[in-house]
Design a protein around this ligand. Sequence first.
Ligand SMILES: NC(=O)c1ccc[n+]([C@@H]2O[C@H](COP(=O)([O-])OP(=O)(O)OC[C@H]3O[C@@H](n4cnc5c(N)ncnc54)[C@H](OP(=O)(O)O)[C@@H]3O)[C@@H](O)[C@H]2O)c1
Length: 303
Amino acid sequence: MQRILIIGASSLVGTQLSLRFRGNHSVIGTFDKHRPYIDGISLIKLPLRMDVDWAALLRLIKPETIFYCAAERDEKLCREQPIHALAVNAEIPASIAACAESLGIKLVYFSSSKVFSGEKGDYEEHDSVDPISHYGTSKVRAEELLGNYPGVFVLRLGTVYGLGPVPSRSLYQQRRDQVLSGAPLALVNDEWRSFQSADWVAEASEKLLASDPKLAGIYHLPSATKETQHGFTTLLSLSLSIPPAHVQPVSGEVFSHTHQGGEPRGRDCSMRGSLFQKTFRIHPQSTAKYLKELASRLNGGRF
Ligand SMILES: NC(=O)c1ccc[n+]([C@@H]2O[C@H](COP(=O)([O-])OP(=O)(O)OC[C@H]3O[C@@H](n4cnc5c(N)ncnc54)[C@H](OP(=O)(O)O)[C@@H]3O)[C@@H](O)[C@H]2O)c1
C-alpha cells in the first residue's frame, strides 16, 4: 500500500486514478472549484498558486507518490492568460518537483501530444517537440523545467475520454449527449489523434506505481489505433447501438479559427507508445471495446 497524493482529483484523469487506487492505497486528492464526490479518499481544497509552501505541505501529507493531474487545458484561456497557464501547467509542478526530489517523493506528470505540431504524426519519444498552440507551449515548458529533476516520470497523453465530475470538460460526455440528441453532427475526419480511455490511463498509472520507482523520463502512453473526431464519434454512436448516420465527416479546414478557441490544430498528433509497452508490457484494448464498457457502465448507473 502506498500513500498517494493526486493534485487535481477533480480532473477527468484524477477522478479515474482516485477510483482505481482507493481500494489498495491511501489516497489524498486536491480540488479547487469542483469538489469531486469520491468515497474512500481524503480531499483537500487547494487552489494552486505560486506561493504555496510545497515543502511544508508535502512534509505534512507525506505521500510516496504524487500524480500531478491539474492543468489549464482551455486553449483560449491559455492564449489569453499565458502567465496563468504557464504557472498551473509548468511552474507549479516544477516547484513541486524540487520539493519532491529533496524529500524522496516520486512525481508523475501528465503531458500532452500537443507538444507536437502534428506535421509528422506517429510521434516517438525521441522526436523533437514543436508546439503550435499556447497550451502545447506550456506543456513543453513543463517538460523542460521537470527535466531538471531526474526522478520525474512524464507520461504524454493523446485525447483522453471518459467520465469525470465536470461534464463540460469531458469529451465523452459531450459527444454522448450530442449523439443521443440525434441532431446532425459535423466532425473532422482528416485530423488524427491518439484517443485514450481514462480507464486505460488509470490502468497504466497503476502499473507505473507498482514498477521500479527509479523509472523516469518521458514516455508516450500507447493507444490501440489513431482516430479522427468523426471516427471516434462513429464508434461511440455504435457503442450506444445508434446508427451513426447523423455523424457527418467534414474537413478540419472548415473549422479553422473557430474551434479550439481559435488556436491552430495539428493534422496528425498521434503518438506511438513503444517505449512504454516495452518497459511495462501492457497493451491498450481497442477504442470500440473501451466505449462499449463505458456505455454499459452508464447503463448500470455506475461512474
Ligand atoms: N483530457 C485530455 O484530453 C488530455 C490530453 C492530454 C493530456 N492531458 C493532461 O492530463 C492531465 C489531466 O487532464 P484532465 O483532462 O483530466 O484535466 P481536467 O479534467 O481539465 O481538470 C483540470 C484540473 O486542474 C485543476 N485546476 C486547474 N486550475 C487550477 C488552479 N488554479 N488551482 C487548483 N486546481 C486547478 C482543476 O481543479 P477544479 O476543477 O477543482 O478547479 C481540475 O482538477 C493534465 O495534465 C492534462 O494536461 C489531458
